[in-house]
Design a protein around this ligand. Structure first.
Ligand code: SF4
Length: 304
């Protein structure tokens, strides 16, 4: 059943006035001149050729795109999730599996028009959504691409597949454009966030971002097996950090919603420059402790 609170036009961006859409694009683009698109607040002029912590420039860069069948079932359906991997990242997680893309910048520059063409291509192939992976640092360019694609007939919901280190004022500009937010919640303690992702304020920023996302789109609504609108939270269990996982689940159940869709992931593998404490996979017993707490808190929607 479709929630009565949904827009009558779907996806939501089809209901957004063109003038308002354009105003948001301009506002987001102006942020590039003194970049504060994410909590790093680098203040660099990306339009003038400077680069900040994420290393992203003025132009959109994409590493790959395609129909992806490895995402959550509610995103994949029969046709796959139309995934677009963005180059660079505003976090530097020492265990990142995609470091060639996030740290070395493997990818190529595309114009908003070309990005819009990619979105339309994914729609033509039968994908169920446009899944933007690590989009935060390219928010203005991506929103412009969505606008252009919508003009040409895009009608798939947008999935904002981010690391959870977001700026609330920027998220407010995505209201009515993004239908599905899919943030990570990686840590519950600032010291861990500082050590593993060089982002000491990650926990506060992530919590306020999740609150804003949930305010905008609510709990995940699934219709005929496919995510239609709402919040889907991912959490990767780290070896030796079970207590943090439990704290994260408690936060979600108590302060976001006990009906949240949470995907608790066990696929951590050591790679890159991880500290000794992270040089092993998560044990079955660690993972089971986390899953068991999720179940006892009622967070069962994302459990397989
Ligand atoms: S998006 Fe990049 S340049 Fe802008 S504030 Fe974040 S890390 Fe800095």
């Amino acid at each position: 059943m479709v929630s009565h609170s949904e827009n009558s036009r779907y996806p939501s961006y089809l209901a957004l006035e063109k003038a308002e859409f354009s105003r948001r694009i301009e506002q987001l683009r102006s942020m590039l001149e003194n970049c504060h698109l994410c909590p790093r607040d680098c203040g660099v002029n990306r339009r003038g050729g400077e680069r900040g912590y994420c290393r992203a420039g003025d132009k959109l860069e994409i590493s790959s795109y395609g129909a992806h069948f490895g995402e959550e079932d509610v995103l994949v359906g029969q046709g796959g999730s139309g995934t677009i991997f963005l180059t660079w990242c505003n976090l530097r997680c020492c265990f990142c599996q995609n470091w060639e893309i996030s740290l070395l910048g493997q990818g190529q520059v595309v114009s908003p028009e070309e990005a819009a063409g990619i979105m339309l291509n994914l729609q033509q192939r039968g994908c169920h959504n446009i899944n933007l992976v690590t989009p935060t640092h390219f928010t203005p360019q991506l929103i412009e691409a969505i606008y252009l694609a919508a003009e040409e007939g895009l009608s798939l919901p947008v999935v904002w597949n981010c690391g959870g280190y977001e700026s609330v004022p920027v998220l407010k500009l995505l209201k009515g454009i993004v239908d599905i937010y899919m943030p990570d919640m990686k840590y519950s303690r600032g010291e861990t966030a500082r050590l593993l992702s060089s982002a000491e304020d990650y926990v506060e920023r992530c919590k306020e971002s999740l609150r804003e996302m949930h305010r905008q789109v609510g709990d995940l609504l699934v219709v005929n097996g496919l995510a239609r609108r709402g919040l889907l939270i991912r959490h990767l269990v780290l070896p030796g950090h079970v207590e943090e996982s439990l704290e994260i689940l408690e936060f979600i159940a108590q302060e976001i919603s006990p009906h949240s869709y949470v995907n608790v992931m066990a696929q951590y593998r050591p790679c890159g420059r991880v500290p000794a404490s992270l040089s092993r996979p998560v044990s079955l017993s660690e993972y089971e402790q986390v899953i068991s707490r999720a179940a006892s808190l009622g967070l069962v929607r994302g459990l397989r």
